[in-house]
Design a protein around this ligand. Sequence first.
Ligand code: URA
Ligand code: URA
Length: 275
Amino acid sequence: MNMKSSAEPDLDPVNMLKWYVECGVDETISETPINWFEQTNNSPIKQQVKTASSPQEQPASRPAKTTPLASQKELIDSAEKIAAECSSLEQLNEAILAYDGCSLKKTASNTVFSDGNAQSDIMLIGEAPGAEEDKIGKPFISQSGQLLDRMFGAINMSRETDFYITNLLPWRPPGNRKPTDAECELCLPFLKRHIELFNPKMIILIGGTSASTVLNVETGITKLRGKWNDYTLADKQVPMMAIFHPAYLIKQPHYKKQTWHDLLTIKEKLEDLSK
Ligand code: URA
Ligand code: URA
């Protein structure tokens, strides 16, 4: 008979390890300390030791050569440059796969680019992949993705035929934490190019993070949802609306009523656009 009560902690080492990885742990602490400075070629400690033990090899006054870390502005400039050079969605996907400027990529298993119909007119933009999306490499396939499909199914739209879907961030933040402003800003140049290359007739922002980042405001989703804004592309203004995130609707089902209203507004707009 299994005497273990559900209140007891799960001490199975494999489960504990999985839990640590889920929380974003990526280093173990060993019995002996590690001197990380000694492990880099540019370490000032190493330079000192080297100079002391072999004075003939190096003039003592030679300054240590270090590569300064790129500033956030430099990282954003470089992301913009890389994104601008892409002239198709495939190229953008390849460029993001090759990009190493965002530290989220180091803990993610996959780069999640998009799903849905790339020939459709409507672009949905979520926040970031979750655990399942990270594993499979596709956006919105977990429980909240299934709710999203049902929500759009209710206005007769499916991702197979009627819309295309991506996220602000192509990499899962460890443990599903909320992405930082710096991470959002860094991924925004890729998203902006994604929008230009997809060239939508309508944009739907899913949840507070994608809404406030793309609209460049600090206003919360409760105030942003359900209202039309324009996204400016080179040759046109694209109608854009934010809706509640389905993950939020799972926790707060009473907001589904407002979302149903938003979905009907979207449907109405689409009918207007196709006239
Ligand atoms: N939540 C998101 O915002 N995007 C996904 O792809 C999955 C969950
Ligand atoms: N918080 C978010 O980020 N999005 C929502 O839709 C609701 C709460």
